[in-house]
Ligand binder design. Structure first.
Ligand SMILES: [Zn+2]
Length: 248
């Protein structure tokens, strides 16, 4: 059956009613956003591996904001690619519920038009004052961040982006909605994730017996053996080919 994996995927997209996509950094690298752990990733470029460590942030927020100064410009300039667009296009089809769960902190799925998008590692869109809890769009802080300063609230507290740092709890609602969507899915597609960062990587274990499981990733993952279809390729090519063909 998997002699032509794209054709198989196309059929499963046509047949599925409750589709869930779990996406990682690999889907956004094609938009020019570097991942963190690969050979060409952010950590390999001399960026301190503690930039997303919550303890390090409380000790010295300028470590993160020095990094964010460049990273936010990259995410601002990035555009959704064929993979984001293909997933959003599936969501427009009649009688199909398409849920996106992403480990990414960019907003490319939202900008492509997907809804709902659950952000299990939070998102850069909002920032929160650590003293009084006031929330502000991160874009409103960008002038300060670009000047190389740490953004502070009127109350004197420091702003932290609503991104889940290492050492923090995952966003409760996004995570529980993700679990619920996967439990009810008849097709689960992992895209561009090496499935190594837990607990997000454990989400696929909550799928039902009737759920088909597809993994699209450039490199092998720890869960390839348990998937019904594995495609080691770039997400944009695969999803564009599988979605652009009109449904029978
Ligand atoms: Zn405050």
């Amino acid at each position: 059956m998997a002699s032509n994996p794209i054709a198989t995927l196309r059929t499963w997209f046509d047949e599925g009613e409750h589709l869930v996509f779990l996406t990682g950094a690999g889907i956004s690298t094609e938009s020019g956003i570097p991942d963190f752990r690969s050979a060409s990733g952010i950590y390999s470029r001399g960026v301190n591996t503690n930039v997303f460590d919550v303890g390090a942030f409380y000790q010295d927020p300028s470590l993160y904001y020095g990094f964010a100064r460049e990273f936010c410009d990259i995410t601002d300039r990035a555009e959704p690619n064929e993979a984001h667009q293909a997933i959003a296009a599936l969501g427009q089809r009649p009688r199909k519920q398409v849920t996106v769960i992403t480990q990414n902190i960019d907003d490319l799925h939202q900008r492509a038009g997907s809804d709902p998008v659950w952000c299990v590692h939070g998102n850069l869109e909002w920032s929160k004052c650590l003293s009084c809890g006031a929330r502000l769009k991160t874009v409103e802080l960008m002038d300060v961040i670009r000047r190389g300063e740490v953004p502070t609230h009127d109350c004197g507290g420091i702003f932290k982006p609503e991104v889940t740092f290492f050492g923090e709890m995952l966003p409760e609602r996004d995570f529980s909605e993700s679990q619920r969507a996967i439990a009810g899915a008849d097709l689960l597609v992992v895209v561009g994730s090496s499935l190594t960062v837990y607990p997000a990587a454990g989400l696929p274990f909550g799928r039902s017996r009737k759920c088909r499981y597809v993994i699209i990733n450039r490199e092998p993952t720890d869960q390839d053996h348990s998937a019904d279809l594995v495609i080691h390729s770039t997400a944009g090519d695969v999803l564009h080919a599988a979605v652009s063909h009109p449904a029978e």
